[in-house]
Ligand binder design. Sequence first.
Ligand SMILES: [Zn+2]
Ligand SMILES: [Zn+2]
Length: 246
Amino acid sequence: MKEFRADLHIHTLLSPCASLEMSPVAIVEAALAKGIEILAITDHNHTAHGMLIRKLAAEKGIYVLPGAEISSSEEIHCLAYFDRESDTDDIQEFIDANITKTANNPGIMGFQPVIDRNEMVVKEIEHSLYGSVRKGIEEICSVVHATGGLFVPAHIDRPYNSLYSQIGFIPEGLSPDAYEISFRTDPEILMDEHPELRKHTLLKSSDAHYPDNIGRGGIRLRMKEISFDEIRMAFARTDGREAIII
Ligand SMILES: [Zn+2]
Ligand SMILES: [Zn+2]
């Protein structure tokens, strides 16, 4: 077994709230500088930059999980990680078919540009990526699993847009692969407050919106090698694999 440093919640400049400095190249450089070997790209309700960053990062020896941070109808943020491009396309189709579409106002909310590897703007997403998908967290979890992905409720202890802030408990029918806690949170204190978490894998990621944020918090994944299946097994604590909060 080896241990690999991971940061599994990163926004690019596509997210209206993220800095325009969060270009694919800048993200890869920041990850390299911090010694991070596994990244997940999780823009709000969009997967456009995941595969681009996977290709750029692979040239530097960094593995990228393309994904998204999906907003449920309860306004709970949910992370979804994928392996194949076709799966990210399928989940994007699901999001686009179900998201409440209101026009983005770049002057107030921020721009939502999709760029290419030369950092040229290819298009701008016109509807606000802050919208929610008209599906509940349990259904989104099922759809992500059916699409081959891993499902992780985001920053569950945050006072807004989180599982505990929006519904206050873990629904019985919910079967995520892990739970993400906020980057400042002490997991022991949180598990004292919520003993039901003790039997689950907890992740801590940066939720980076600026290059300097990348690598704050974070985890080490103990597994045989870096691959999607090994990450799935680390979340499931299979045969000694695990996620270790730093
Ligand atoms: Zn969030
Ligand atoms: Zn986020």
